[in-house]
Design a protein around this ligand. Sequence first.
Ligand code: FNR
Length: 382
Amino acid sequence: PPINRILNLKQMEDVARKVLSYKALAYYSSAADDEISNLENARAFSRFFFRPRVLRPLSNCDPSTTILGFKSKIPVFVSGAALAKLGHPDGEANITIGAGKTGIIQMVSSNASLSFEQVAASRISPSQPLFFQLYKKKDNKAAEQRIRDVEALGYKAIWLTVDAPVPGNRERDVIAGWEIDDIERLAQGDKAKADQPRKKSDMEEVEETIDTTGTAGALIANDDINMTWTETIPWIRSITRLPIVLKGVQCVEDAVLAAEAGVDGILLSNHGGRQLDFSPPPLEVLYQIRKERPDVFNKMEVYIDGGVRRGTDVVKAVCLGAKAVGLGRPFLYAQSAYGAAGVVKIVRILEREIVTAMQLIGARRVSDLVPEMVQRVDWEPI
Ligand code: FNR
């Protein structure tokens, strides 16, 4: 359908489901075991209702904010998700261009299908900020080199993923025929082709020449599964001055440890339900921190991702204390369906939805969004 027919993120996903190959769709949509956490991530939002305020001035509603000090047009960022080329020949560049045009920030996956140079070169201007998602390698030298490389390329923050020491069990990938080396080849093979013109057949060719066995394992096979609070975090701090965010914090105690460790932020996340099934919905973790340790919000920025699909979802999280909210799959789907235009489209949709929700609960600025504007209910809509 023409892109202007798309009204919401669900419809964008429906278009992507029609254009994606079976294997690509499996990889993008899969989650761990019975996929309960993935479902609950989204469902958790329907347990939180607003407490709207009326008779407040609403003109010039402005949903902009900052993330680690960088301006963002709305409290939304791109959570780094691997292998955008599976869905579109231009891959991550679609997201970079779309983010640049709409004024939001992209976190680039360690397993992007374009090189980190290519992604940086796709920015619409040199001042467009990018964040880097790090899977720390076992080999400290290699990890250090990676951090130095992305720092030199101008990436503005390191988001260290801490919820994936071992790969989650994603059976949908196996059923679709993914095998371990497939993914490794995709990530590396594509990077080797860095200088060649991008064409549709690249992705098909990559998919067809795959001949191996497994799944997400390959992407994180050389990763450090012995990271600790006392060694890893001070080590990263010692080699870079970039802000450090821990991606994948899942309980109040670890949020407190992160604040004590002096990191710049935490992303409450269960990796879109792709790692441990029955890991809690990030919105519920956010709510627990709000109730039990609200001091955490004063010490560092707190973000969530997982299941965010509507402007109201974003506004609820911001009311509860999230500085911003990440989306993973929706950006992969949008670029698969319409390239960079799809990315622009979903940001515009979210922006409109966020502004409408803010005005209807009586807020004109992000700073007007407070915990009292949200209530958790013990019933759920149908
Ligand atoms: C991811 N995610 C992810 N996270 C990460 O730290 N490094 C990565 O390489 C990837 N790769 C990846 C691939 C795909 C296909 C998906 C769907 C997800 C997790 C991602 O950053 C984010 O946490 C979730 O996608 C958020 O959930 P939603 O928005 O997809 O529901």
